[in-house]
Design a protein around this ligand. Structure first.
Ligand code: HEM
Length: 288
C-alpha cells in the first residue's frame, strides 16, 4: 500500500465576488458609480461654465437641450428600478449594482437638471418638474439613510432572537399567563385576558410608525396590578417579561414600517415627477 500522505486540500481562497457580498450598495465595486456620477456632474458643470449663450443660460440653448435630454433619460432610467427590483438576476447588473448606480446617478441628476434649467425658476410647470425632482432626490437621500441604518437597528433590537423566535416567546408567555390567571380573582383574571387579547403591534400606520399601541392591555394590567401584593408577584413578573418582549416586537415592526412608509413617499413623488416631466416636455415642444 502506498504510504504517501494524502494531498492536503488547498487553503480556501476568498474570491473577490465573495468579499463583495458584504460591501454596501453605496461602495459597490469600489465606488464605481460614485465616480461615474462625479464625472457626469463635473462634466455638466464644466460645459455650463464654458458655455456663453445669449441672453442667458436656459433650457432652450444647445447645451440646455443636451442637459435636458440627459436629465430626462436619467429620470426614466431611475424610474425603471421599480420594475428591475421585482426581477431576479445576478452578475454585473445585479440589483446591488442597479441600486448603487440609481443612488449616485440620482444625485448627479440634481446638478444636471439644475444646470439644464439655467436657474430660470418661476411659477410654472417647468419649475414644478424641477421641484418634484428635488423632492424625489431628497426623499432618496432619506431612503439611503434608512437602508443603511435600519438593518443594524433591527438586529440590535432583536438581540439574538429572530422575528419568529420572538413570536414563539410571546405565545409561551400567553400560555404561562393563562395558567397563572386561572386561580386569580375575576378582576385580575380579566386584566390578564385583556393583556393577552390586545394586539402585539398597532393596527394603524401612525401607531406602527410610533412603535406604540394606544390601548395596550399589558401596560394596563401592569398599571392595575401594583407591586404591593406579594401574592401577585409571579403574575407581575410574567407581565413585565411580556412588556419587554412587546417593546422589542413593536420596535421591530416600527423600523420595518418606516421603510414601507418611505416607499409611500418616494414612489408617488416619482409618479408625480414623471407626469410633470411629460407636461414640461409637451409644453416646451408644442406651446413654446
Ligand atoms: C429622479 C430621481 C429618482 C427617481 C425617479 C427614483 C425612483 C425610484 C423608484 C421607482 C424606486 C423603486 C421603488 C420600488 O418600487 O420599490 C426607487 C428606489 C430607491 N431609490 Fe430612488 N429615485 C430617484 C432618485 C433617488 C436618489 C437620488 C436616491 C438616493 C440618494 C434614491 C434612493 C433610492 C433607494 C435607496 C431605493 C430603494 C432601493 C431598494 O429597494 O433596494 N433614489 N427609486
Amino acid at each position: 500500500m502506498n504510504a504517501r500522505a494524502a494531498p492536503r486540500p488547498a487553503p480556501a481562497r476568498t474570491r473577490p465576488s465573495q468579499l463583495a457580498v458584504h460591501e454596501s450598495f453605496l461602495a459597490h465595486r469600489g465606488y464605481l458609480w460614485a465616480r461615474v456620477a462625479a464625472l457626469v456632474a463635473a462634466g455638466a458643470g464644466l460645459l455650463y461654465a464654458l458655455d456663453s449663450p445669449w441672453p442667458r443660460p436656459n433650457g432652450g440653448t444647445a447645451l440646455g437641450y443636451g442637459l435636458g435630454t440627459v436629465a430626462a433619460g436619467l429620470i426614466v432610467w431611475l424610474s425603471l428600478l421599480g420594475i428591475r427590483k421585482r426581477r431576479f438576476t445576478d452578475g454585473q447588473w445585479s440589483l446591488k449594482a442597479w441600486v448603487s448606480a440609481h443612488v449616485w446617478l440620482g444625485l448627479a441628476l440634481a446638478v444636471v437638471a439644475t444646470l439644464h434649467s439655467g436657474f430660470q425658476f418661476g411659477w410654472n410647470v417647468h419649475t414644478l418638474a424641477w421641484a418634484l425632482l428635488m423632492g424625489v432626490i431628497l426623499s432618496g437621500v432619506w431612503g439611503v439613510i434608512l437602508y443603511v441604518r435600519l438593518p443594524r437597528l433591527l438586529s440590535d433590537n432583536r438581540a439574538t432572537a429572530s422575528e419568529r423566535a420572538m413570536a414563539v416567546e410571546l405565545a409561551d408567555n400567553d400560555r404561562a399567563l393563562e395558567a397563572a390567571a386561572r386561580p386569580l380573582a375575576d378582576r385580575e383574571a380579566a386584566l390578564v385576558k385583556a393583556a393577552i387579547a390586545s394586539p402585539a403591534v398597532g393596527a394603524g400606520l401612525a401607531e406602527r410608525l410610533a412603535g406604540r399601541v394606544a390601548q395596550c392591555g399589558t401596560a394596563a394590567a401592569l398599571g392595575a396590578i401594583g407591586p404591593s401584593d406579594p401574592a401577585l408577584a409571579p403574575l407581575r413578573q410574567l407581565l413585565e417579561v411580556r412588556a419587554a418582549l412587546l417593546a422589542r416586537i413593536r420596535t421591530n415592526a416600527c423600523l420595518k414600517t418606516w421603510l414601507q412608509f418611505w416607499l409611500l413617499v418616494h414612489v408617488p413623488l416619482t409618479l408625480a415627477l414623471l407626469a410633470a416631466l411629460l407636461a414640461h416636455i409637451v409644453s416646451v415642444f408644442f406651446y413654446w
